[in-house]
Every structure is written in C-alpha cells, then in structure tokens.
Design a protein around this ligand. Structure first.
Ligand code: 5GP
Ligand code: MG
Length: 486
C-alpha cells in the first residue's frame, strides 16, 4: 500500500440521520441516508447499538455502493442507529475521515456524526495535542470527541463543555449505548429536523429523510438546542446563554432538496418565488425572451417561477444525465470541466434560433456556466440572457458550503460585466439580496440589523467568529495521511 500527503483541510458538508428505537434501525438509516444523498456522495457510514455493543460499517462512495451487499445491513445489529453522508471537497478521500466516528471514552462508547464546519478547530487542536491528544483524522469532528474525552462529569456536562469550546456551524448526532442525541449550533446554521416513526424519534438533516421512511415531521431543532432521546422519552436542553436563529440561506438556494421543508418553508416554493422575484427585477425580459431554459436540476424551480412571471414557455433545453455525481464534487479543475460535458446535453429543438433566458441557482467558479454556454452556442441558439437566482457569491463560506477561497470566486474578483464576457452570454443579471429576502416574505428586503438568515457568502456578514481564519493558522498546517486505493 502507498501513502501520500496532502495539506488541505477537509470540509464537512454532509447529511446526517438517526433513529432511536426500531428493530430495523440500520435499514431505516440506510434509507434516510439515501434520501440525503445529495448532501454528500464522497463516503457514507452507519453505526448501530444493541444497548451493549456497537456495530459499524463505513466506506467510500454512495449509500447504494457502500451497502451494495444487503446482508451487510443485517450485521449492524440493534435498535438505535446513526448515519452520515460525507461531502469531500478537497482531495483527501481518506477512509479515516469517514463518519460516524466512534470512540471509547471512560464513560462508555460514543459515535458521532457531524454536518457543518468549525471555525476554531486548529486553535483547539493545538491545545489538545500539547496536552497529549493523538488525532487519527483531520476531521473537525474528531476535535469534539477529544473535548468530550478530556472534560469531566457525565455525558451532558462533557457535551456542554465541548459545545461551549467550539465555534462554527454544526448539526450533530451522538449515540451512546442508551441515548440518541441531536444538537444544532447556537445560530442554527446547518439544518436538523425531528420526526416520529412508530415508537422511534428520528433526527435528519432534512425532512426528505423522514419522508422516505414514512416518518412524520415534528419540527426543526432550535438553535443551540440539545435533544436527548432515551427509551421513549425525549428531553430538550439549551446550554447556551445567547442564541439567534440564522439558518443558512444557501439551503434554500441550492443545498436542500426541493421537497424538503426547512424552517417552515417548502424549499421548492421558495425557489419558485425567488424565480418570480428575479423576473420582477428584470422587467424588460418579457420583450427579449422566447423561451426559459433552466440549467438542471439546480435551476429548475426558479426557472419555473421566472417563466410563469414573464409569461414565456419553460422548456427543458438541457437534458441532464442523472448517473453522474454533482460537478462540484470533482476534485481537480480539469475533471470538473469534463464532468459538465458528462452531465448535460443540449436538447436542440427547443433552442435553435431562440432567444433564451438561461437560469441557474448560482455562479461560484463559473465552470458550469462557461461550458453550458459554449454547448448552447454550438447548437444555434440566438441570444443567451443568463439570470441567476442568487446574488453574486463574493465571500468564502467557512460554515460548510463549498464556496471556496476568495481567489476562486468569480464575483469576488470581477465585475458583473466582466463575468458576462468571461462566460460568453449576451446579458447577465443576478437577483439582489433584498430580492431573495422579499421572496422569503420580507417586504422590505434584508433587515441589516437582524437578518433572518446567514448570507455571508453574499454579504460578508459572518455571524460566527472566524478564529482560525483570523489567526492565520488556516488552512491547516497539519498534514493528512491518505491511504491510496489499492
Ligand atoms: P460553478 O460552476 O460556477 O463553479 O458553480 C455553480 C454551480 O454549482 C451551480 O450550477 C450550482 O448549482 C452548483 N453549486 C453551487 N454551490 C454549490 C455547493 O456548495 N456545492 C455543490 N456541489 N454545488 C454547488
Ligand atoms: Mg447546478
């Protein structure tokens, strides 16, 4: 076996699912993870417990690959289970970063699954390493295990200590022999919902994870809330002094599945309303456009709203091949370019000689747009008016969405006119940030003093302190040992 080193920090932008009390816990978790597959396709894992032992299976790839042998799920015994889909954005597809992580503490075994990104991991890690902690991975999540291990008291006291030590965005699932615990960070940046299935409580990143097993959505976990489920009882604890709900606006724009309900709003509905607002902000479009074409699937719902509003037909002018992963997930730029061709093909009859409105949810690096536009030009489209259902992404996200460093973000370097030229479209407009808030029901747009969401990638307003980023110890100096595939 060969080894090589990589100095990049892994990000965790993932899907998590847990169930408290069902004889089919592992199978139900696999189903939940399958519904959450869009949140991460890099690796997946499930840990179960039968109240005395823990059982785990983790692997690289999607749920259907990692659990391709159905008898594997039968080996995951017990009635309680947590699972995780990981979204790896850098090159480090290391098996040791695959979650749920498991650790034997002096208060018993504990498994943990994390969606989000911490912003003071390096600072904490330095301290922990000085006092003797030995890290097995570069995942943020392992820091939480070390904090639990070095704290004193019972599990809840240790968890409170750990949560008060970490900064950042996190939704967490923890599982001991007899408890299933869910946590959402004090701003509720990443999603986590509570559901009910027969005699079980269910925790899932999104409500679509509940739908697949027929569980009922109870509510979103509140910001800074710890939910402890033991037997059939459920308890809510709020250890933080100050919390304010600032869920991630990008969940509505891109990340969540359209059929999910996030913080009381159906994601598909919101996207359609954003599309309508995009049309409101481009009043003269109805005179320029023959047909509205989404970049599938991320542009579909907003294109539909936009097309209804300007009263022009919506057509699938680009057909997506569903048997490839998301383009973003590819690791090097050259592959990313190739994968756009793998994923999309023009449907010439609805494009030829047409003036089109081309709708996508966002532009990050511009890779998707550039390839699609070139493809459309090659099949005789007349004019391309690109309309984007989110404002320009100008600021990196450190809370778990893959919007990279400032240098890689087109809109942080270039004006909209320059981006238009670079992408090769006849016109380019982004929805305003106020417009997005209007689509969400805020008649006056974004309230600067108390915005309902975190929208730092558009506004630069970061609600959680960026400790590592400010101290310059980011990205990590620590290397990651990667086991090459045999
Ligand atoms: P670009 O090609 O400009 O780099 O990225 C924009 C495309 O990537 C859009 O079609 C959008 O749907 C998708 N996208 C935007 N944000 C994210 C993200 O955080 N993760 C992934 N996988 N895709 C994203
Ligand atoms: Mg897309």
């Amino acid at each position: 076996m060969e080894y090589f080193f990589l100095d990049k920090k892994p990000k965790e932008e993932c899907g998590i699912f847990g169930i408290s009390n069902d004889i089919n816990a592992a199978n139900l978790t696999a189903l939940g993870l399958h519904a959450l597959q869009h949140r991460g396709q890099d690796s997946t894992g499930i840990v179960t417990t039968d109240k005395s032992n823990f059982f785990a299976h983790r692997g690289m790839g999607q749920v259907s690959e990692v659990f391709s042998n159905p008898s594997l799920l039968d080996t995951l015994k017990g009635t309680m289970s947590i699972g995780h889909n990981r979204y790896g954005t850098t090159g480090e597809s290391a098996l040791k970063n695959v979650q749920p992580l498991f650790s034997e503490l002096n208060i018993g075994g504990i498994a943990i699954a994390h969606n989000g990104n911490l912003t003071n991991t390096h600072k904490l890690k330095e301290k922990l390493i000085q006092t003797g902690s030995i890290f097995q991975s570069t995942s943020d999540t392992e820091v939480i295990l070390h904090l639990l291990s070095t704290a004193s008291g019972n599990l809840l006291e240790r968890l409170t200590y750990a949560l008060n030590s970490i900064n950042g965005a996190y939704s967490l699932l923890l599982m001991t022999k007899d408890k299933l615990i869910g946590v959402r960070d004090p701003f509720g940046i990443r999603p986590l919902v509570l559901g009910k299935y027969k005699d079980s409580f269910v925790l899932s990143s999104e409500s679509c994870g509940l739908d697949i097993i027929g569980a009922e959505l109870i509510r979103d976990i509140e910001p800074g809330e710890i939910i402890v489920i033991k037997d059939k009882k459920i308890e809510s604890i709020k250890p933080f002094k100050k919390t304010q709900l600032r869920p991630c606006l990008f969940e509505y724009i891109y990340f969540s599945r359209p059929d999910s309900i996030f913080e009381g709003r159906n994601v598909y509905d919101v996207r359609k309303k954003i599309g309508r607002q995009l049309a409101n902000e481009n009043k003269s479009d109805k005179n320029k456009i023959d047909v509205v074409i989404p970049i599938p699937d991320s542009g579909n719902a907003s294109a539909l709203g936009y097309s209804e509003k300007i009263n022009k037909p919506f057509e699938f002018g680009i057909i997506r091949n569903h048997y490839t992963g998301r383009t973003f997930i590819q690791e090097s730029n050259s592959i990313r370019h190739l994968s756009v061709k793998l994923k999309h093909n023009p449907n010439i009859s609805s494009l030829k000689n047409k003036n089109i409105a081309l709708i996508d949810d966002s532009i990050v690096r511009g890779t998707t747009s550039i390839k699609i536009v070139e493809m459309l030009r090659n099949c005789g489209v007349k004019k391309i008016h690109m309309r984007i259902a989110s404002p320009p992404v100008k600021f990196p996200c450190y809370y778990g969405i893959d919007t990279p460093t400032k240098e890689e973000l087109l809109a942080s370097k270039f004006s909209i006119k320059d981006i238009q030229k670079y992408i090769g479209v006849d016109s380019l407009n982004f929805i305003s940030l106020d417009g997005v808030y209007k689509a969400l029901g805020h008649n006056n747009g974004r309230d600067k003093n108390r915005p309902e969401f975190t929208d730092h990638y558009f506004s630069g307003d970061y609600p959680v302190e960026l400790v590592d980023q400010k101290s310059g110890s980011f990205p990590s100096q620590l290397s990651l040992l990667i086991e090459a595939k045999k």
